[in-house]
Design a protein around this ligand. Structure first.
Ligand code: ACM
Length: 550
């Protein structure tokens, strides 16, 4: 999102850029990096030692073993616990992942006890101290044994197995003879995430993204062991979620986007599909309704919510007066002293809470220029009460530290040390420093997409930082985790989004997952290079950063 101190000239040129590359003309995302005519998979050296892995995020502990590798063959089976449940679902997910490229069957059977020879065995158990997402993986020539306390840990472990196989495993069709052998070197991996919250945000308000595009975004989160999908569902330019008690929010508020395209919104059924798709990958959806600022789309639909402030600059390409298709921020606000505002917030949060199984609702709270400090604090305190009344935990951008925070409210850092106001009140923190974690920042001045108000963020900058030491005085216990937000003023389709995500999203995933002792830039830049063939096979666009020998 734009910082409110962006000089006007930059805003104008950013808007011109947004129009140039997005909805005002034909979308011009950078072309997906083409797949070489003959994928050089045959020549890719097979992984012969587990210790030479190319895993991202790097596991906490990897030990190579002597002896031959485990090979996927026509007789390889997947064995899940007899009790079934979510562990069986993970087994079935793995079979679906492995079948297309290998052309092998991978029958899934349910049985406890010793593993039959040649099986990949999923088991619940191991040390509870590894947490819900920890796992251990033991690979011998006879079997692969994946053990986790919870199904989420099994799913994360399956992503490790996936990455240990040749990149060709991502192919949608059987690649006869390429590679000749699907092998995984022998050894043991014991792994668990450093932080409980590891997310990415997609701003579907500035530009609307279809349900299928959201799935494509989620697929990347899953591959890199992220566990939270934050959807920025409302802003000045669009309201993207159906709310029965205020229907015009979606039908009018959702009818445009930056640059004046048709916009769109998710029906409740669409949203349920997104929640289910994410949950199948053990990813929690955090919906955001940004209040009290960033609310022009809602006010355009229901003018009684505003204090009759007009849009700051005309939007000639907006489909209706009152709708806004530019990218300035900070100017809109709900009328803080009208009761209808709180009825609106209560209705929206009630409906959103009912359709969101996860524990969090994000209520924004950023970039409010038109309320006094006292008015802002009183507003946020009432909103926290509403969220709590509907059984959820509130997240807000760091500015909410200026209000009295309820126990359990989480502050998300983005640009300043306002966050420390929240930390001093005992709030848990999600770290998204714009200079490191904002995926909409350009890589370099030459990057066609994105903005640059915080920094140019090349790959190494997104990798080389620590969420706890970023601010003096924080402890590991203060930090719930990290999140990588993608604001979409300049991003109008998933291919453009992928160009900004990849390879920074995997770098940030490693910041969130891997213990400091196992993190190293030189190692990361070598490992990530091996992921590009995978992305090409998946049809994922990426920025070929010169910091990596691809
Ligand atoms: C923000 O970028 N305004 C949270």
């Amino acid at each position: 999102m734009l910082h409110y101190r962006v000089p006007t000239a930059q805003l104008v040129s950013a808007l011109t850029l947004a129009c140039a590359i997005t909805a005002c003309g034909a979308a011009r995302a950078p072309e997906p990096t083409p797949l070489p005519a003959r994928v050089p998979l045959e020549s890719a050296p097979a992984l012969t030692m587990l210790g030479a892995h190319r895993l991202v995020p790097a596991p906490a502990s990897v030990t190579s073993a002597e002896g031959p590798p485990f090979a996927l063959t026509a007789t390889t089976t997947i064995v899940v616990p007899a009790s079934g449940g979510e562990a069986s679902r993970v087994g079935a997910w793995m079979a679906t992942l492995l079948r297309p490229a290998t052309g092998l069957l991978f029958p899934v059977s349910a049985a406890d006890g010793a593993a039959p020879a040649g099986a990949i065995v999923l088991r619940r158990g191991g040390e509870a101290s590894r947490g819900a997402e920890g796992y251990e993986l033991t690979i011998t020539s006879d079997s692969v044994r994946l053990v986790a306390a919870e199904p989420a840990g099994l799913f994360r472990g399956v992503q490790t197995l996936r990455q240990l196989l040749p990149a060709a495993i991502e192919s949608e069709q059987s690649v006869a003879g390429v590679p000749k052998e699907w092998t995984i070197p022998a050894g043991r991996i014991v792994d668990r995430p450093r932080f409980a919250y590891r997310g990415a945000m997609l701003d579907v308000a500035r530009h609307f993204f279809t349900v299928k595009e959201v799935y494509q975004f989620v697929d990347l989160l899953a591959l890199y062991k992220l566990n939270t999908l934050h959807l920025h569902l409302s802003d000045d330019q669009g309201w993207r979620i159906e709310i029965d008690s205020w229907p015009r929010l979606a039908t009018i508020g959702g009818s445009t986007q930056v640059g004046g395209g048709p916009g769109g919104y998710y029906t409740k059924a669409d949203y349920a599909e997104i929640v289910r798709y994410a949950a199948d990958r053990f990813i929690t959806v955090v919906p955001e309704i940004d209040v009290p600022a960033h609310t022009n789309a809602a006010i355009a639909a229901y003018p009684e919510l505003g204090c009759s402030r007009p849009v700051p600059v005309p939007s000639p390409n907006a489909p209706m007066p009152g709708l806004y298709t530019g990218i300035r921020v900070g100017w809109s606000a709900l009328c803080h002293d009208k009761e209808v505002t709180y009825k609106f917030v209560d209705d929206v949060v009630r409906e959103l809470a009912a359709m969101t199984p996860g524990p969090f609702i994000h209520m924004g709270g950023d970039e409010v220029e038109v309320l006094t400090r006292e008015q802002y604090a009183a507003f946020i305190e009432r909103v926290q009460d509403i969220v709590a009344r509907h059984g959820k935990r509130m997240i807000g951008w760091e500015e909410i530290g200026r209000a009295k925070m309820r126990p359990g409210t989480i502050a998300q850092m983005w640009h300043a040390d306002t966050l420390l106001l929240a930390a001093r009140q005992g709030a848990k923190l999600v770290m998204s420093p714009a200079t490191k974690a904002y995926l909409d920042m350009k890589y370099t001045p030459a990057t066609e997409l994105g903005l640059a108000w915080a920094a140019h963020v090349e790959l190494q900058a997104s990798y080389d930082w620590d969420p706890v030491t970023f601010f003096k005085g924080l402890t590991e216990n203060d930090v719930l985790g990290i999140e990588a937000p993608l604001w979409t003023e300049t991003v109008s389709n998933i291919s453009a989004a992928q160009f900004l995500l990849m390879p920074r999203l995997p770098a940030l995933a490693e910041v969130g997952w891997t213990p400091t002792s196992a993190r190293n830039w030189e190692s990361f830049r070598t490992r990530i290079a091996a992921h590009a063939p995978r992305w090409r096979l998946l049809g994922v666009n990426y920025y070929p950063s010169p910091q990596v020998a691809w």
